[in-house]
Design a protein around this ligand. Structure first.
Ligand code: FER
Length: 470
């Protein structure tokens, strides 16, 4: 008992000491609305605790952004009138069943004041192995949303942390000097040629491929996760994977991180959304945007089948089903226009990739007239795309940028809009305090002073790569 108390206190203390000053205020996120059918109430009478009433629950429906289904018959709302306190305590116990057949137990306790104050706090008990397990570990509030014939409407919200700009600013560690230097155990970089098909054109293209130290083509049993990294506007396949001793030391950092065990050996592929390294195919910004938007087609149809068959990866077969089956072994990230490519990959090609790293870039979404829209519009648009993909419960975003980066505020604003208007995203308010939120799939941090260039982007990768494939 004593030991347990100490442990609990230690846990609370740990939470409190990690960044209490930056703690976000709570806010409510709408989860679902219930329409509960009620039977005939009956009174038990005056008991030792008060005046007891029972109101049978006979059915109904519920619906929210991530869940919907029916209310099952057989529960009841047990009410206790307490004259001295001027209120009625209620406790409704029943089950709901989702439209895909998952039963969830509900226990909703609250008060109805004689002054009309009517709030409850429901708890949900969903099977841990179901896609609704996220309902279990949160505090909810609920209040009536009107009466429907013979029943009651109830809206339910989850209490969560509000988006807090201060808490997104964290000290992303600089890459230690030693890790910028060539490592003892070095991977190698190959130029990989492949054929791409776009809009009736056949293109001879290439990407750079980083292979970790000790990669052996003949050792088919050792398979590698693959990270695709897209360059920014006007850049090329060499922008991320430069020769050793260059300013942007990603290949050295990868060698060191693999050698010291902070990441598992991976293959990194740096393609281009242009026709080739001379930026052909984009005369104007509009062309470049279209190329970033459509790159997911080339990735799925041409690049993944070619490169992941040539090297030892988890891809088995080359069709879209094979690409989807191996998606958990794939990450896609990029800088600036490459970040835009990443967001479009998430919107259009989530079936091929599980992990997304938009680095200094926001989501560009357009109306039918081709006019660029607000972050709120972008958030609702990408939410709809992910919702209908069937992968809404199986993706992760690691977004990073800097306070002095021209994409800093745009990415911050779009992240806030995702938190606010895109229910498929669960923003990780704890990431910057080293206390990741359970079930979070949207991490976002801004580096103080971070600018719009590969040097800072390399630092974000150094910070983020150990978090992938966990
Ligand atoms: C952004 C700010 C700037 C962004 C891209 C850019 C995709 C730069 C684009 C370019 O000119 O190359 O938020 O997001």
């Amino acid at each position: 008992m004593f030991k347990k108390t100490i442990c609990a206190l230690a846990a609370i203390f740990a939470v409190l000491t990690t960044g209490l000053a930056q703690q976000a205020d709570p806010e409510l996120e709408f989860v679902l609305e219930l329409k509960v059918k009620l039977g005939n109430a009956f009174g038990v009478g005056k008991t030792a605790h008060g005046n007891r009433f029972v109101i049978p629950i006979t059915g109904g429906t519920f619906e929210g952004p991530r869940i919907k289904g029916e209310v099952l018959e057989g529960g009841a709302d047990y009410q206790l009138q307490n004259q001295e306190m001027g209120r009625t305590d209620l406790e409704a116990i029943y089950c709901i069943r989702t439209d895909d057949g998952v039963s969830i137990h509900v226990r909703n306790r609250g008060i109805i004041g004689n002054d009309g104050y009517f709030y409850c706090s429901p708890t949900f008990e969903a099977p841990m192995d179901s896609k609704y397990a996220w309902l279990n570990n949160a505090i909810y509030v609920c209040r009536p949303s009107g009466f429907v014939n013979g029943g009651i409407g109830l809206k339910v919200w989850k209490v969560r942390d509000a988006f807090n700009f201060e808490s997104t600013i964290q000290d992303i560690k600089p890459i230690p000097d030693a890790l910028r230097q060539p490592a003892q155990k070095q991977g190698r970089i190959e130029e990989f040629k492949y054929t791409a098909h776009r809009a009736g054109k056949t293109l001879q293209k290439h990407a750079r491929v980083y292979l970790p130290y000790n990669y052996k083509a003949k050792d088919k049993k050792t398979k590698y996760n693959v990270l695709y990294l897209m360059h920014g506007g006007g850049d090329k396949t060499t922008s991320f994977l430069t020769p050793p001793n260059d300013w942007f030391p990603l290949r050295n950092v990868l060698d060191h991180m693999i050698a010291d065990g902070s990441i598992d050996p991976i293959i990194v592929v740096t393609p281009t959304f242009y026709d080739d390294d001379e930026n052909i195919g984009a005369n104007k910004m509009d062309d470049a945007i279209a190329l970033t938007r459509d790159f997911h087609i080339e990735l799925q149809n041409d690049l993944i089948p070619a490169v992941e068959k040539a090297y030892n990866t988890y891809l088995e077969g080359t069709d879209s089903l094979a690409v989807t089956k191996s998606r958990e072994h794939r990450a896609f990230g990029g800088f600036s226009m490459g970040a835009l490519t990443t967001w479009y990959q998430l919107a259009y090609g989530i079936n091929a990739v599980k992990y997304f790293l938009p680095l200094s870039g926001d989501i560009w979404a357009y109306n039918e007239k081709g006019e660029k829209q607000s972050p709120e519009f972008a958030a609702k648009w990408i939410n709809g795309m992910i919702e209908k993909s069937g992968f809404a419960n199986d993706f992760e975003v690691f977004g990073y940028t800097g306070t002095e980066d021209m994409a800093g505020n745009p990415q911050k604003n779009v992240t806030e809009a995702l938190h606010q208007f895109a229910p498929v995203f669960r923003y990780d308010t704890g990431a910057s305090k080293g206390q990741p939120t359970p079930n979070a799939n949207l991490r976002f941090s801004m580096r103080k002073g971070g600018q719009h260039y590969y040097g800072d982007i390399n630092q974000y990768l150094y910070f983020a790569l150990p978090l992938l494939w966990k």
